[in-house]
Design a protein around this ligand. Structure first.
Ligand SMILES: [Zn+2]
Length: 419
């Protein structure tokens, strides 16, 4: 009897404290139309139970009785930003990375949790993690989903699946060789909770030695990965700088390519025609990132590799945009990492405009396009009725000038004001 009474009390107490019982109405802002149509000026956006319950002009959209009002006058409202290439536990060669050499799993988890909070506060409400250590990211995702911790929505590939001696592997690490070992590795990541599989099919900037343009995985290994992943409804993306490796991976049914340093029109046409996504991470090889590399004490060999790929990477991005391959924004830096007076996510989008996208296309690459890539566009990436209430308020129209994203004034995730 007593126990039942206590439980009842808890339930009664819990409901008025739940943030979403009282609807929220964002008033006075301009809702940006991502399809290039007219924006909704002086809009009312009603949030209820973490979702968008209504959106429309104030003349026809009622503010519910008792709603908590957020005055967004002077702000342009867009979906929360989405960054599709983020390692919350990133360690790069150099002084900052060396200082983390004795980092324990527990310390890593706390560092990643801090980065998750910083990402969200910066306006990035969804991230995809293409590989982090020890499944810490999956534990973090579950903690965020439970509401124990603040952070962006996380889609994760668990640990990168790799050949022995591949990009990012330790010197003495024996990884996967042959299709049987790759099948096992893919199943292991899916069992841990991965909803993507991340491969490295060529060398990379951050690996000393190792040819960025070489193709590491054999055809039977690639096909083993895509076969097993797709049986589970899991998509596969690959770190690739190599035209040859990219062609082979597309033939094996891959779903995405990251970086694409040395890719040309021919590979992007092939990717476009096969429905393969491109995540450029252009920041990692461009001038805006040099002060960051200096800040973390990158060694000379690393900077040489950055400079060596920079021009080709830029040409690749321009080719990708003109070919019209599907592009989703990713930085390979913390979403909130400072770059050129703004955050990495915004600087990356600015580079897309410099490389040939319209401002609206770049805004889409940071919102609805990632949602489409994740197969989550029914929930994320747009401000529409029934969608998850992830949105930001910006002091300018980012569909006309992407740099307006430098001034984010309001961040809401799941209907709760973060900033
Ligand atoms: Zn990466």
């Amino acid at each position: 009897m007593r126990i039942r009474f206590d439980l009842g009390m808890l339930l009664i107490l819990a409901s008025p404290l739940g943030a979403q019982d009282r609807p929220v109405a964002i008033t006075g802002g301009t809702v940006v139309d991502l399809d290039g149509g007219p924006h909704i000026e002086n809009a009312v956006v009603v949030l209820r139970d973490g979702r968008i319950a209504a959106v429309g002009p104030a003349t026809t959209t009622r503010v519910p009785d008792g709603a908590k009002i957020i005055d967004a006058t002077g702000l342009w409202l867009t979906p929360g930003l989405m960054n599709m290439h983020v390692h919350l536990g990133l360690k790069l060669p150099g002084a900052a990375g060396a200082a983390l050499v004795n980092e324990t799993r527990a310390e890593l988890a706390l560092r990643m949790a801090a980065n998750a909070i910083a990402s969200l506060r910066a306006g990035v409400t969804t991230i995809r993690i293409p590989g982090d250590e020890g499944h810490v990211d999956l534990a973090l995702k579950r903690a965020i989903d439970r509401g124990d911790l603040q952070g962006p929505r996380i889609y994760s590939s668990g640990q990168m699946v790799q050949v022995t001696g591949g990009h990012g592997s330790a010197v003495d690490e024996i990884a996967n060789d042959g299709p049987y070992e790759f099948r096992k590795a893919v199943r292991r990541e899916i069992r841990a909770g991965a909803t993507w599989i991340k491969l490295a099919i060529s060398g990379g900037i951050a690996t000393q030695g190792g040819d960025i343009a070489a193709s590491f995985m054999t055809r039977d290994e690639l096909e083993a990965v895509t076969d097993v992943a797709h049986r589970h409804g899991v998509k596969v993306t690959a770190h690739s700088g190599s035209p040859e490796a990219t062609r082979e991976a597309v033939a094996a049914g891959i779903d995405g390519i990251e970086h694409g340093y040395f890719l040309t029109r021919a590979e992007f046409e092939l990717m476009r025609d096969s429905g393969v996504w491109y995540v450029p991470t252009i920041l990692v090889s461009q001038p805006a990132t040099m002060p960051f590399f200096e800040r973390i004490g990158s060694p000379e060999w690393y900077l040489d590799r950055v400079r060596a790929v920079g021009e080709r990477h830029w040409d690749a991005l321009r080719a990708a945009i003109s070919v019209g391959v599907d592009i989703a924004l990713g930085t390979d830096q913390f979403p909130h990492e400072e770059n050129d007076g703004t955050i990495a996510t915004v600087r990356e989008a600015e580079y897309y405009v410099a490389a040939g996208m319209t401002d609206l296309q770049a805004l889409r690459a940071a919102t609805i396009e990632p949602a489409r890539m994740l197969g989550a566009d029914d929930e994320l990436g747009s401000i529409g009725v029934g969608k998850l209430a992830d949105l930001i308020g910006v002091a300018g129209d980012p569909s006309l000038d992407i740099s307006a994203l430098r001034d984010i004034r309001l961040v809401i995730k799941g209907g709760e004001v973060v900033r």
